[in-house]
Design a protein around this ligand. Structure first.
Ligand code: ADP
Ligand code: MG
Length: 702
């Protein structure tokens, strides 16, 4: 630290790394790029693994296959050139009191300058035996200088991720230096009561113990990030994160809507009149929760989860009827044009006998139509509008928007969700998703939402059989499609075509459709649908498939979300090994919607990875969307789970929402309890009100 007065604990933690001795602007910039700006950032970046070097092994005791650390002196070195031009091997003989061993590094000629004879080194790696004798091949090495001795050996040693020019060794040294300067009085953001009740390690000790463990914790626990010191710091981070959600949720719940929604017998009758079928018990529970919620004085903020085909649309429609009967407008957002049109068709049909006007607004809505619709919305004479992202645009204004429904909500970003909300006066918001959100992520990203679930499926659904088959069994599959077709059914064939990158060695959907038409199914009508087609063409094909005029629909994943063709009973996924689990689940959800048994065939081509194998086996073994989502999360990690969505997971520096999910649960409980008890102190209140979004990289809340 450069200033003369001893800084307080808080000041010290907030010190930019640039001002730490030995860092300087250049290295500070590197650290900054890796997200490390202050001393605190550095201390909250854990080592990514720990190695037990409490015991150095005598060289004479080494056996082939051991992973071992030895310390010794470099006796001699030699840079050997091989027959392959430019390929060099560096050898060093390292000796201790018990004996000596050869260490060899391939193609790292620079080591000749680094590992000089007579220097003392620690060597770590696997001991090998071949015709040349016992040796280490490409081991990790460290030169043991005077000052470093205590950090790099004879203890559990922390390893850090390399960040730019900042090597793991430099980071280790820097952390040690910063810990040594830490004032005794560093503030602890966790309330005392909580610390005592949960027996959390003191913050200072936790920081020391997470970086330089004392040796009391087994190295296995450290590598699972389950030592008391690590857990305490992870809890601290999760707790502060959850506190923000709990607080914002609490605050939002305080501000009343400018209107009240009420439900009386007349409205109940009106809703019942639009119902084309009896609701399932799961739908009934969900709609009851939603209708109760929208009658409250404060805005609803609810997530409706229901597996594909569970019947979310009708639940949204009933909520819309209640809002419209109360004189409010409703907006329903869908992620794709096809889906928006399908919703529009369904809703317009179901509302045909009512006085409510329904409109459709998408990117494709042109000229005068668009003009008229915008005018109706602004005047309030359109009651329900279904649309795509086009609805979010600024030119779209409402007279009195009271309910926003967002279907397949993970396809929309936080910002778009917020922009829609802005178009009304504190409207109720209903988010819908068919991608079941594992509890871990729900707690992370949506912990401010109330959740309703539709459990169970509408009656009459037939089971879906899932087959995982190699490409070589293609003929059998075509037979199956012919059998289904003979019974009057239809089939989807899906290709993992990535929009622009036609270079991929995959057959393009168009080419495949031509082949299927010409060779496999000359007697059927084969249609094709892909992302690069013009909207009109897409619509025409989809329409033809819905009406049964097209028998086999070859498509890229544009059919993935929402479309409903009950007569389709076959889902053939080509290159299934390339799809993610949730995506496969969505695709499978396109079939099994009618009264017939359906077949989902996952066709794979070698080579496929273990993970792909795992995915397809999971698909074959369960149809439970929640189980699939949990597995998907485990396989892919939280970052990828929602694909390319814009709404972010929080930026976490210490914990990992999947690895540390139990800590997240506890932090969630405790944060909520604290906010609800009203005992949040002024420091924490200021933190959640002012610093919280930036601290976790959340552009906009909720
Ligand atoms: P998702 O939850 O995937 O959006 P949809 O709302 O599209 O599901 O419903 C799937 C199909 O099930 C639709 O054809 C719909 O008409 C039908 N459906 C929904 N609820 C019921 C019900 N209670 N009884 C019979 N059919 C239903
Ligand atoms: Mg749907």
């Amino acid at each position: 630290m450069s200033n003369s007065r001893t800084p307080t604990g808080a000041e010290y933690l907030a010190t930019p790394l640039q001002f730490v001795k030995g860092v300087g602007p250049r290295r500070a910039a590197d650290l900054q790029r890796a997200g490390l700006t202050t001393v605190e950032d550095l201390l909250y970046r854990f080592p990514f693994r720990y190695e037990d070097r409490t015991r150095m092994q005598p060289i004479a005791s080494l056996r082939p296959g051991n992973r071992a650390a030895v310390m010794g002196q470099i006796k001699s070195t030699n840079l050997a050139t091989t027959r392959r031009r430019g390929f060099k091997i560096f050898h060093a003989i390292v000796g201790d009191a018990s004996g000596a061993i050869r260490c060899s590094w391939m193609n790292q000629a620079f080591l000749a300058d680094v590992l000089a004879p007579r220097s003392t080194v620690v060597i770590f790696g696997e001991v090998r035996l071949d015709s040349t004798g016992l040796h280490f091949l490409n081991p990790e090495y460290e030169i043991v200088g005077e000052d470093l001795a205590a950090l790099n050996m004879g203890r559990i040693v922390p390893f850090y991720e390399r960040t730019g020019t900042v090597t793991p060794n430099m980071q280790r040294k820097l952390v040690r230096q910063v810990l040594d300067g830490l004032p005794p009085d560093i503030p602890d953001p966790l309330p005392v009561e909580l610390r005592e009740r949960l027996q959390l390690t003191d913050r200072r000790l936790a920081l020391e113990g997470a970086h330089f463990p004392s040796g009391d914790d087994p190295v296995e626990d450290l590598n699972l990030f389950k030592s008391p010191a690590q857990r305490r710091l992870i809890f601290e981070e999760f707790f502060l994160y959850q506190l923000g959600h709990a607080w914002h949720r609490h605050e939002a719940g305080v501000e009343a809507k400018p209107h009240r929604i009420a439900v009386d017998d007349r409205i109940r009758k009106s809703a019942a009149a639009v119902l084309p079928f009896a609701l399932t018990p799961g739908q009934r529970t969900a709609i009851k929760e939603i209708v109760e919620d929208i009658q409250r004085p404060t805005p609803m903020h609810r997530l409706l989860q229901g597996d594909v085909g569970s019947g979310k649309t009708i639940v949204a429609l009933l909520a819309a009827v209640v809002a419209m009967e109360n004189g409010l407008q409703v907006a329903m957002l869908a992620p794709t044009e096809i889906l928006a049109k399908q919703h529009y068709a369904t809703l317009a049909r179901q509302l045909a006998s009512t006085r409510f006007r329904v409109d459709l607004l998408t990117g494709g809505t042109a000229g005068t139509d668009r003009h008229t619709i915008l005018a109706h919305l602004e005047r309030g004479s359109t009651h329900l509008v279904v649309g795509t992202h086009a609805l979010v645009q600024e030119t779209v204004k409402f007279h009195q928007l009271g309910l926003v429904v967002i279907d397949e909500q993970h396809r929309f970003g936080v910002v778009q969700r917020a922009a829609m909300r802005e178009k009304g006066l504190r409207p109720d918001v209903l988010l819908m998703t068919a991608t079941p959100i594992p509890r871990t992520l729900a707690l992370t990203d949506y912990s401010e939402l109330d959740v309703s679930k539709i459990i169970g499926m509408p009656p009459g659904r037939q089971p879906i059989r899932t087959w995982v088959k190699p490409e070589s069994r293609r003929d059998e599959i075509y037979q199956l499609i012919r059998r289904e077709r003979a019974a009057g059914r239809q089939a989807y064939v899906i290709y993992p075509l990535v929009e622009e990158s036609l270079k991929l060695d995959l057959k393009s959907a168009t080419e495949m459709a031509d082949r299927l038409q010409a060779e496999a199914f000359p007697e059927y009508r084969v249609g094709v649908l892909h992302g690069r087609m013009k909207q009109d063409a897409k619509d025409a094909v989809m329409q033809a498939f819905m009406s049964g005029a097209v028998h086999v629909l070859v498509s890229t994943t544009v059919v993935e979300v929402g479309v409903d063709v009950p007569n389709a009973t076959v889902m053939l996924v080509e290159h299934a090994e390339r799809f993610g689990l949730s995506q496969l689940h969505q695709l499978r959800g396109r079939i099994g919607r009618g009264a017939w048994e359906s077949h989902c065939i996952l066709l794979y081509q070698s080579p496929w990875t273990d993970e792909a194998h795992e995915r397809l086996q999971t698909m074959a073994s369960t149809t439970d969307g929640f189980a699939i989502a949990e597995r998907d999360l485990e396989l892919r990690g939280p970052g990828d789970f929602f694909g390319t969505r814009q709404s972010g997971l929080p930026r976490l520096r210490t914990g990992d929402v999947v690895r540390d999910r139990d800590v997240m649960e506890e932090a969630h409980r405790e944060a909520r309890a604290l906010v609800e008890s009203g005992a949040l102190d002024p420091v924490l209140t200021r933190f959640v009100a002012e610093d919280w979004p930036a601290r976790f990289g959340l552009a906009q809340v909720g």
